[in-house]
Design a protein around this ligand. Structure first.
Ligand code: SAM
Length: 447
């Protein structure tokens, strides 16, 4: 009998998608997937290395799992580390954490079954940091997807941008785009299975550049990504979202595509990282605040009202009070629908890790809180402006606050709660907004 495997996932949507792909391969190879470490013979940690905190959390979890006992062998479960930490730290994980039996790099997802077999066969120090092999395709069974209504569809892996703070180009390698035909076929299959929403995902989706234009011949556009958006929209999937967009590659034709196809959702996530040109240069973002604001203007001036969200890093090395004031001004100007604020975390091996002039932890916290306060007030006004408007909501679950309410996301990617009235997860409903809360909207069902 094959073992039971549990995968614990940290970090971004790409890791969630990798876990789904790994589980599909494992089940095909005869393994059983289980939803808890306590019932598993094999525990895999799919790790994130973007910030130090995520890395520390994994080490703590490995310590806890070491003490468990596998239901089959009555010994501790076999422990594997996959994802970004595995790729970056490789062999050294065995030295630092002797409980780890297996190290699986970010591109070894499809080889996990045979790697586990090697460990179970008695081989020590099993590690695979190699690239994806020719012919390996993104194959995820619906049974392994996190939701039966919303599916993540990776369109590009890796990153070529080398922003000075970011570990991703080292942990996930160079950008590699999936063929358009493969993506469109996956979306068509998801639609036939009853999925209502897909998220086209990648570190920088709008840098999409497949080897050939096969599958895009009938779709015009200024960039391969805007052509892909039109091709995916043509599948008639109900709702299509995409994240993350890289500012330098954000072509106005993306906004045109959103105006042409109502099933392309009215939401753009465009990380600014900072409002200071000096810091943006040191971050090697390839855009300054003027370039960024030009993109934002294009989004805000669209015929369709498009929601805009962003990421900001506070306390990058050398960030002065003046630089931070420029970030505050940018955030005020952009009126983001939501903002993800991060305190700068030094990542060994990145160019920024060699910069002097660190901002103290206290100062990072002060700046974080000031920015959060500003965003809360901007967001409050913006959310209140939804009162009296109708939004389309994909019902996902019972609301966390009340069993009489349901919750879901709008097309503009806001959490919306509303009186349940016999709606079920998977329904797409119209909701009239009656109240704006700090991070969500509340309303009444219309249809
Ligand atoms: N590729 C996207 C971009 O840069 O436009 C974002 C991908 S990254 C995984 C998600 C977010 O994590 C970034 O936008 C950034 O705000 C944050 N991040 C990345 N490296 C960081 C670091 N060293 N310290 C703090 N935040 C970081």
């Amino acid at each position: 009998m094959k073992s039971k495997v549990y995968i614990e996932t940290f970090g971004c949507q790409m890791n969630v998608a990798d876990t789904e792909r790994a589980a599909t391969g494992l089940r095909k190879a005869g393994y059983e997937m289980t939803s808890s470490a306590t019932t598993a013979d094999v525990v895999l940690f799919n790790t994130c290395s973007v910030r130090e905190r995520a890395e520390r959390k994994v080490l703590r979890r490995i310590g806890e799992v070491r003490k468990l006992s596998s239901p089959t062998t009555h010994k501790r479960p076999l422990i594997g580390v996959m994802g970004c930490v595995a790729q970056l730290e490789g062999q050294s994980i065995f030295d630092k954490t002797p409980a780890v039996d297996l190290i699986i790099g970010t591109q070894a997802t499809d080889r996990i079954p045979s790697l586990i077999e090697r460990v179970q066969g008695g081989e020590a120090g099993v590690i695979d940091l190699d690239e994806r092999q020719e012919g390996e395709v993104w194959d995820v069974s619906p049974a392994e997807r996190r939701s039966p209504y919303v599916a993540f569809v990776p369109i590009i892996e890796g990153c070529n941008k080398f922003c000075s703070f970011c570990i991703v180009p080292y942990s996930r390698g160079r950008e590699k785009s999936r063929g358009a035909r493969e993506i469109v076929n996956e979306v068509l299959r998801l639609r036939s299975l009853g999925y209502k929403e897909v998220h086209l995902i990648g570190q920088n989706v709008n840098s999409y550049r497949p080897r050939s234009m096969e599958g895009l011949e009938d779709y015009p556009g200024a960039t391969p990504f805007s052509r892909l958006l039109r091709a995916v929209a043509n599948t008639r999937m109900d709702r299509i979202k995409f994240t993350t967009s890289f500012p330098r590659d954000f072509h106005p034709d993306i906004v045109s595509a959103l105006e042409e196809y109502p099933n392309l959702c009215d939401w753009v996530h465009l990380p600014a990282q900072s409002g200071s040109d000096r810091i943006l240069k040191s971050m090697r973002r390839g855009h300054n605040s003027e370039d960024y604001l030009k993109r934002v203007e294009g989004i805000k001036n669209s015929k369709r009202r498009l929601a805009l969200t962003s990421d900001i890093i506070v306390g990058f090395p050398g960030e002065t009070a003046e630089d931070f004031a420029a970030t505050m001004r940018l955030v005020e100007k952009c009126e983001y629908d939501a903002l993800y604020i991060f305190k700068y975390s030094k990542r060994a091996g990145t160019p920024a890790a060699r910069l002097d002039d660190a901002v103290s932890e206290d100062e990072k916290t002060t700046r974080f809180m000031a920015l959060e306060e500003l965003q809360t007030s901007v967001q409050g006004k913006l959310y209140n402006a939804y009162i009296g408007r109708k939004v389309s909501v994909l019902v996902e679950r019972e609301s966390a606050r009340s069993s009489e309410d349901m919750a879901g996301h709008s097309t503009c990617h806001k959490v919306v709660n509303f009186k349940a009235n016999q709606t079920r997860p998977g329904d797409i409903v119209e909701v009239l907004i009656t109240e704006g809360k700090p991070n969500s909207l509340y309303g009444e069902l219309i249809s």
